[in-house]
Design a protein around this ligand. Structure first.
Ligand code: NZQ
Ligand code: ZN
Length: 392
């Protein structure tokens, strides 16, 4: 195991009827004028925004609001949010929604106290200052409710890029599993795929002797395999929703990834897909993640055998370990298909002829990138090709 610091300062407020506590927690963390930031309408329709406003009124906290965050959130709304916050004297941002709303809120939080263009921080400049952010989560997926990350799409060129800083970790996150019961099955499955991917990006490592984090990763994966079909069959199943919601946070606070090298190439490859085609992040991952696994499995066949046997219930074939590894990857892809995810370019709405453009946007040039396995532009092209044609 490698040395590590683990910092996860967010107060998680979990369970039934917790959204009514939003005002109390904003006050606790020093907010006096809040921007309520939300998406395309689901949180208004469900009555959640009304509930949050009432709670802020009761706590004596002033607010203004900005809705309209799209999935794969755009820089254009971030600029609007920054102007609004400055004009209104906002000192605290409350994101009510999913990863897109939370990431947009984090971008506004960066932009308000910054003299230049907030996009600088999505182009490599470290985050120096940010307004405090908190969340009321409505979908278990991105893990942004506990992470210091934010991913924004620049509309000009549809360039999807991320930034990260502990300053962006939410002060508190209200997690009420019932809020996720209104999700369409497709969005639930996209979220589940993202949660599993966040674990796999940490699970495949060259670091040895990491039993505790291996086992934590496997616990999250096994939970997702058990609970996702339950909520798809029965969207109102509170207990399954609750388990998935907490799994989403555990998957991405980095508690599963400390002390080990990680490899985020699948996410990088996916961000080019959701950047170019505006598809859901989880759907893009369903196409990319098993393709990446197929391409890199030879790098450490026994690690893939561990996944296959411990997570997907495969029998170990000691005479042909690679067969076990490949069977595990096959079962992962079959699981994704069974919950309604696309597994190839056609099903996702992507085009094979765009692969050179995707590789170009990935921006690796003549270099290499990756933790578990270093990849160059040729490798990335091959992974996109596997993803284009994948089948069961
Ligand atoms: O906009 P509304 O109307 O709210 O609809 C949303 C949206 O269409 C809907 N939805 C959310 N909660 C709902 C609901 N519909 C009904 N009932 C509810 N309770 O679901 C759709 C998707 O929402 P979105 O916020 O886009 O989903 P998700 O949480 O998957 O976020 C995806 C974004 O997060 C980024 C992704 O790249 C993508 O842009 N990520 C952020 C990360 C981070 N900050 O740590 C890490 C991730 O790897 C990821 O990259
Ligand atoms: Zn993700």
């Amino acid at each position: 195991m490698e040395n590590f610091n683990f910092y996860s300062p967010t107060e998680f407020v979990f369970g039934k009827d917790r959204a009514v506590e939003a005002g109390h927690f904003v006050k606790k963390y020093g907010g006096s004028k809040v921007l309520i930031h939300y998406g395309g309408g689901s949180a208004v329709k469900s009555g959640l925004i009304g509930k949050v406003k009432k709670s802020l009124d009761e706590a004596g906290v002033k607010y203004c609001e900005l809705g309209g965050v799209q999935p794969n959130p755009r820089d254009t709304l971030v600029y609007k949010g920054i102007d609004l916050c400055r004009a209104e004297g906002v000192d605290f941002i409350l994101a009510v929604g999913g990863g897109s709303v939370i990431d947009s809120a984090k971008a506004i939080a960066i932009g308000v106290p910054y003299d230049g263009d907030f996009w600088d921080m999505y182009s490599g400049k470290p985050v120096g200052k940010a307004l405090p952010v908190a969340t009321v989560l409505t979908i278990a997926a991105a893990g942004s409710e506990g992470s210091g990350d934010s991913v924004i799409t620049k509309e000009d060129g549809m360039l999807k890029r991320g930034t990260g800083s502990d300053l962006l970790r939410p002060k508190f996150s209200i997690m009420e599993p019932t809020l996720t019961q209104t999700l369409p099955a497709y969005q639930t499955a996209c979220g589940a795929t993202d949660i599993m991917a966040h674990v796999f990006e940490r699970y495949f490592t060259n670091t040895t002797e990491v039993e505790i984090t291996d086992r934590l990763c496997e616990a999250v994966l096994l939970t997702m395999i058990k609970e996702t079909p339950r909520v798809i069959a029965d969207p109102d199943n509170y207990e399954a929703r609750a388990n998935i919601m907490w799994a989403g946070t555990v998957a991405h606070t980095n508690i599963c990834g400390v002390g080990r090298q990680q490899d985020w190439n699948s996410h990088g490859l996916e961000h080019e897909l959701s950047g170019l085609y505006d598809v859901a992040h989880g759907a893009g991952l369903a196409v990319i993640m098993p393709a990446w696994m197929e391409y890199v499995h030879k790098h450490n066949v026994m690690r893939f055998c561990q996944m296959a046997t411990r997570v997907f219930g495969c029998q170990m074939n000691f005479e042909d370990p690679e067969a076990t590894a490949l069977e595990g990857i096959h079962r992962f892809r079959a699981f994704l298909k069974s919950i309604g995810m696309p597994i190839n370019f056609t099903e996702l709405g992507a085009r094979e002829e765009d692969i050179p453009a995707l590789v170009e946007k990935f921006g690796i040039g003549d270099g290499r990138t990756g933790g578990f396995m270093q990849l160059d532009a040729h490798d990335i092209t091959e992974i996109y090709k596997i993803a284009a044609h994948a089948s069961l």
